[in-house]
Design a binder for this molecule. Structure first.
Ligand code: GDP
Length: 433
């Protein structure tokens, strides 16, 4: 029975919301729904390459750097040390929210240990992709080079910029390194820009810096609820995803503790977000890809264009091996199925129940991209429901066939469904299952 065992999954003290496919699962919507009962919402990884689209009333807001919880008046939103932050983008978004009448003052906190993305990282991103033998299809936002600098111990952190003299020094070193690398890649070193351009908004930082881990620990100790919001998805995790066509950070739930400076024992609930079908943006294999006609149809119905780049997303059937793998890697306590309504007009729906590879069946999500490229999904076909689900607010409002589809997903993923989303609006959700 859908949701029965998921009781409590939505009411954890410290809940991680993690994408369980190739990103764009609708995490923003799920966080938005859960945010009303939380006091703190913190992002634990990623940068301005993630685009959360949130609809509030008739307004559509795309947030790249500000946590989507910022749209809830009174909530405090934090960016943890695991995030790489584009300060220009962050302040632009905060100004835009303020212009729309959403007061964010005193509600945003940024870890001093977070690394900063500068224009020179974007120049490096473009030049690296241009020179690459295998193109990853990055968003060009400088995220990869910023994480690379972090791991190579030449990154610039928010803390550095709080001291203007020291900040200018470390930025200059970063710039110098970027100029040399650009020249090596055959690009114009001048593309790295100048220090003033890089640190133009640093003076706005002092009001934002926060001890993210301590704030979360205090909230939890006081019995208040916390949400930890991931970006991208499990299949894009730098370790667990379809390497090398992945993002440059750990997206999975384990990274949540590291990325906001709390211990793993503080987390008591992990909600995995899956779309009722699958999409992928950027390069790399997509085993359950639709044929071109169906691809086009679902892309239009689901509005499957990147929130950051506007690039069309490739679409496919629900891939249970990916979601089941994500359930294990993230230790899911519940799943949130989004965009069920996008399938409303289909006569039949298919689910990939497993993979076949070189005559072998029951193959798990493989470690290499060439194996993932070679897998053949084993499909099960179920009847469609051919009626609108957008008005459903309880499970019993859904057509029988839609419930069967969800039950099958739950069975194959091995995790109870805790939420079903049936539209873009905040109210279009089923949480009483
Ligand atoms: P995220 O990065 O995981 O938050 O995902 P995106 O924001 O990039 O993509 C989710 C898109 O799907 C947004 O435009 C949402 O408004 C939309 N969305 C979320 N849930 C639903 C749903 O249940 N139905 C429909 N039709 N759209 C949804």
């Amino acid at each position: 029975m859908i949701g029965r065992k998921a009781e409590g999954a939505l009411s954890g003290a410290c809940t991680v919301v993690v994408g369980c496919q190739w990103g764009d699962e609708g995490k923003g919507k799920v966080v938005d729904v859960l945010a009303k009962d939380a006091e703190l919402i913190a992002r634990y990884q990623g940068g301005a390459n993630a685009g959360h689209t949130v609809h509030v009333g008739d307004r559509q807001v795309v947030l790249h750097q500000v946590p989507s919880g910022a749209l809830h008046p009174g909530k405090r939103c934090l960016l943890g040390n695991g995030v790489v932050v584009d300060l220009g983008q962050l302040f632009d978004e905060l100004d835009e929210l303020d212009a729309r009448g959403i007061d964010t003052s005193g509600r945003i906190g940024l870890s001093a240990r977070a690394h900063v993305v500068f224009p020179y990282h974007k120049a490096l991103d473009a030049a690296t992709e241009e020179a690459a033998h295998r193109k990853i299809g990055t968003t060009g936002k400088g995220i990869g080079p910023a994480y690379e600098a972090k791991t190579a111990r030449r990154g610039v952190r928010v803390a550095d910029l709080l001291d203007p003299r020291r900040g200018a020094e470390v930025v200059e070193r970063g710039l110098e390194w970027a100029r040399r690398r650009l020249a090596l890649l055959g690009a114009d070193p001048a593309l790295a820009g100048e220090a003033e351009q890089a640190i133009r908004v640093a003076d706005r930082l002092p009001g934002l810096v926060a001890d993210v881990g301590a704030e979360i620990a205090d909230a939890l100790a006081g019995g208040r609820r916390v949400l930890l919001e991931g970006a991208q998805g499990t299949a894009l995790d730098v370790d667990h995803g379809s390497y090398p066509f992945v993002t440059s950070s750990n997206t999975t739930a384990g990274a949540a503790a590291v990325g906001v400076a709390i211990g793993p024992t503080a987390i008591d609930s992990v909600i995995g977000v899956v779309k009722a079908y699958t999409t992928r943006v950027g390069n790399g294999p997509l085993p359950t890809a639709f044929d071109p006609e169906m691809d086009e149809r679902i892309r239009e119905l689901g509005g499957e264009y990147g929130a950051t780049t506007g690039r069309p997303r490739r679409c496919g059937w629900f891939d249970a091996p990916v979601a089941a793998y994500a359930a294990r890697v993230n230790g899911l306590t519940g799943i949130a199925v989004t965009k069920l309504d996008v399938l409303d007009t289909l006569a039949e729906v298919r689910i990939a129940t497993g993979y076949r590879l070189g005559g072998e069946t029951g193959v798990a999500f493989p470690a290499t991209d060439w194996e993932l490229e070679g897998v053949e999904p084993v499909y099960e076909t179920l009847p469609g429901w051919r009626s609108a689900t957008t008005g459903a607010r309880r499970l019993r409002d859904l057509p029988r066939q839609a419930r069967s589809y969800l039950e099958r997903i739950e069975e194959l993923v091995g995790t109870p469904i805790a939420m079903v989303s049936v539209g873009t609006r905040r109210s279009q959700v089923i949480t009483e299952l």
